[in-house]
Design a protein around this ligand. Sequence first.
Ligand SMILES: [Zn+2]
Length: 414
Amino acid sequence: MKLKSIIALFLFQLGFSQEKTCGTDLYMQKMQNDPIAKQKYLDLQSRFEIELLKLQNPQNKSAKNTNATIIIPVAVHFPSVATNSPDKACLRQLAQNQIDIINADFNATNSDIALWTPNASAFYPGTNVGILNVQFVLATKNHPAGTGLSNGQVAVTFGSNYLANSNYDTQWSNYLNFVVRNLGGSTVGLSPIGGNPSAGGAVYITNFTFGSGSGCSGYQPTPGYNLGRTLSHELGHFFNLYHTFGNDQCNDQNTDYVNDTPQCRGFGGCALAGEILGCISGEKSLTVNYMDYTQDACMYMFTAGQVTRIRAYYNTIASQFATNVLSEQDFEFKDFSLYPNPNNGSFKISFRPETNEEIEIIVYDISGRNIYNKTFQNSESFDQNIQLEKVQTGVYLICIKNGENKTVKRIVVE
Ligand SMILES: [Zn+2]
């Protein structure tokens, strides 16, 4: 390759990786021209404001439980993938990988949250990490009629005409829908601000920003957007968050309606906490926030103020989500025992597996961090010593999986 071509390619790639367009602002502008959609939006917003006031006023007993775990049924759609494609298994895995990422990001259990050190947070007085306490789960039963999915299969569809000509697909009403397809140009994703599950609304992700790792044929995450954070950002919009830089950059105050995000300009590169100036003298731009335009590797947190807004929007639409579409979350294995408990980090688990599939033991600390993960071959009777390395005293959760069956136990390390 000639040097000129190499330079051109390099500049193209540099430009490509720095350019990011979220389609949400354009989507919202267009929605203003649709009177029915606009009215639905305004209705939800007025109900949201009531829920937000309840959460912001802790004396108000009518606020829904602010600590309860939110469980949201998810369906993922690949309209451009043929129903007989050999890539379906890979894409189902990619869908689960993407869901694992949003679960980590919305619960602040992502490993890079460790970058929010006292030195980093010192640039942002009054700003704290927000933790939603949510589980996004692929639906696995009672799928909508006509989808061809049976109980036990995950709600991942291929080749459907999902949203080809419309912003809604009522077949998938009452799910959180992610539609993965080529959105054209540099648009990485888009979502309405304030989504509407009962109308069959969706979050859209383009085919080069979905999930992480090497991806699947035609769906390879591209450098800059290869950690699945585009969906964390777009899902923020779905739960009624604006860009931290709002519409008017530095010309208008508090354009994202969140008090703990400094007023800033949009930033499309990659910066450390405190590197980019905010709009107000002495303030820094919170470029590490998911609602900035920062690249995936350089964003790692929602703020507490944003999460209050997300929870208020969830409370607004909670009744819209389908129930009875997820597998049983808890399962009692036969002849189960875990002892001793309390222990010093060394204990024994035994039970009789229900299926021939392998057995996975995962241990989480109380903040949700995965500290142990091991898969065992199946045998007629499971009987294993588990040794947690360098474990501190405290409460831990042990998740035991055998195929579809799963149970969670609590231990105390003394
Ligand atoms: Zn956006």
